[in-house]
Ligand binder design. Structure first.
Ligand SMILES: [Zn+2]
Length: 269
């Protein structure tokens, strides 16, 4: 059962200090035409793109940014046929549970998870909620929540029950919001109506997790958004968001990580 509350989570329980390190996770793969990830790209050239998540480790507690596919559904033939396999799309997941394994390998415990931050509600981002302890705060933009609830996003690419069926506490944000010292949600709408990215100020550098506002490094270097928006008419928003992220990438000491780039270093390690 979901329980919606408003308000910020800065200084919330379970999280103390500042971000100390990031743990990049590759949780699966998906074949995506270049034209989906890059406006003007080749529709017949497919990229095998990583499905990614990032753990932000604080002095005390940690935050999960996105969570890949819901493995229980991907491995259920009926759910798989309904959501994860159509036309030229298929969900590719490694054996086992890459999210559970990645969290354990990082030396983290789920009871210390202070917050799950969702960039948006596409099905390759919402599956981690299955592992989140009951009552954990989950944050997204109010615009994304409204889109999810309106049914517009339900026809494809969204598994509504991943979010609405999770026993979590939903925190709705209105635009840029400091989630905790050193961790800020950035409004990067366009890919979906309430897409958000995350700025993480680490001791030695700033990392901006673009998530799906920039699938590929080329989106940033060419200031060209992805070739697909959840709601037609949002193309100008997507352009504004990629310009915002490209400006951040130009700042000294700031890295912007594209969410689905197979060649991006942190996803290849
Ligand atoms: Zn997406």
């Amino acid at each position: 059962m979901e329980h919606v509350v408003d308000g910020t989570v800065a200084g919330g329980p379970g999280l103390a200090g500042r971000p100390r390190r990031l743990v990049p996770l590759v949780l699966g793969w998906e074949p995506i035409p270049e034209s989906i990830s890059l406006r003007g790209g080749d529709p017949s050239r497919f990229l095998l793109e990583p499905v990614t998540a990032v753990v932000v480790v604080f002095d005390h507690g940690w935050v999960l940014v996105d969570g890949g596919f819901n493995l229980d559904r991907v491995r259920d033939p009926e759910a798989r046929a309904a959501h994860y396999e159509y036309e030229s799309y298929t969900a590719v997941v490694p054996p086992g549970d890459a999210l559970a394994g990645g969290v354990a390998a990082a030396g983290l415990a789920w009871e210390d998870l202070a917050l799950c931050a969702l960039s948006h509600v596409h099905l390759d981002h919402t599956g981690g909620l299955r592992l989140v302890p009951a009552g954990t705060p989950v944050t997204m933009q109010r615009r994304e929540w409204d889109w999810l609830r309106s049914g517009i996003g339900r026809r494809e690419t969204v598994v509504v029950d991943d979010v609405l069926g999770a026993d979590v506490r939903v925190l709705l944000l209105d635009g840029d919001t400091e989630l905790a010292p050193g961790l800020t949600a950035l409004d990067t709408r366009g890919h979906t109506p309430g897409h958000q990215s995350f700025r993480v100020d680490l001791p030695d550098r700033t990392v901006v997790l673009a998530c799906d506002a920039a699938d590929l490094e080329r989106n940033l270097t060419e200031r060209t958004p992805c070739g697909w928006v959840g709601v037609s008419g949002d193309e100008a928003d997507a352009q504004r968001s990629i310009d915002r992220l490209a400006d951040l990438a130009d700042e000294p000491g700031t890295e912007v990580w594209p969410g689905h780039d197979p060649e991006w270093g942190p996803w290849r390690r």
